[in-house]
Design a protein around this ligand. Structure first.
Ligand code: NAD
Length: 245
């Protein structure tokens, strides 16, 4: 494992374009559970509350759960060392972009600047009628569903629901990064969510070396991963950070 970490650090130091591709696993140590797996949110909640058509027909019912999951529960989460090491790598010109599937804003809060949010961000809400964007911090979640001041329409969190497309800019930026990447570091992703999982696959096809950090093997591990660093995101990224800074 030590040899693998040294090899990974050396590749990152030499790389002309390095990207990270992060999933729910990087935020587990910030207290946000993943959706899938033994302790996943879908064991407790019905994913239907994030289905666009169901939401549009049942906004009040859905908002009860959305508030609990994303605004009571996620709200206090702070970035952890894994987010911070990636931000430090960017400051030290060792990382060019983070493509994240996460909607928790923690990469920005850790100080990363080039972040492509493939699934959107829960810290913003959007009026589906006029497009007005609201900061979650300005919303009174005692009164749900929250409504637009312009037209009284129900607001929707500005992350994608089942049945919605990927935000076009994030999609284009993420695949452009993948095409350029010489190294792609996958952190905490099952690889089961498409089209997000095509991002590291595109990087691999374009010639990048794939480094994967996860306590469990995934469908990436046996297919595209070149260097598998088994372990929690904070442990492994802290160790990589020591080799890099
Ligand atoms: P996922 O594909 O994001 O995978 C979670 C992965 O994290 C698993 O492979 C697991 O082994 C790994 N993991 C668990 N603890 C870890 C740790 N300490 N360090 C590193 N890796 C760890 O799966 P999902 O949870 O089903 O998410 C699906 C989609 O839902 C994501 O792509 C994301 O868009 C969204 N989601 C976002 C958040 C968030 O914003 N924090 C949370 C849950 C889900």
């Amino acid at each position: 494992m030590e040899i693998l970490k040294n090899e990974a650090a050396n590749l990152i130091k030499k790389s002309k374009y390095t990207m990270a591709f992060t999933g729910a696993g990087i935020s587990v140590e910030s207290g946000i559970p993943p959706f899938r797996g033994e302790h996943g949110l879908w064991n407790k909640y019905d994913p239907q509350v994030l289905d666009l058509v169901y939401f549009l027909n049942n906004p009040e019912h859905c908002w009860n759960y959305i508030r609990e999951i994303f605004y009571d529960f996620f709200a206090d989460a702070k970035p952890n060392d894994a987010h911070r090491v990636l931000a430090q790598m960017e400051s030290n010109k060792l990382l060019n972009a983070v493509v994240t599937q996460n909607i928790d804003n923690l990469h920005y809060e850790a100080g990363s600047e080039t972040v492509y949010e493939f699934h959107g961000n829960s810290k913003k809400l959007k009026c589906l009628k006029c497009g007005k964007i609201y900061d979650a911090g300005d919303i009174d979640f005692e009164n749900i569903p929250p409504k637009c001041v312009n037209d009284g329409e129900v607001l929707k969190p500005d992350f994608i629901f089942f049945g919605e497309g990927i935000p076009p800019d994030a999609y284009a930026d993420s695949f452009a990064a993948a095409e350029k990447a010489k190294v792609c570091i996958i952190v905490g992703s099952t690889g089961e969510v498409t089209p997000a999982s095509y991002v590291p696959r595109t990087a691999k096809q374009a010639g990048a070396t794939i480094i994967e950090i996860n306590p469990e093997e995934t469908i990436f591990t046996s297919s595209i991963t070149d260097i598998y660093l088994k372990g929690k995101a904070t442990e492994v990224l802290n160790q990589l950070g020591e080799l890099l800074f």
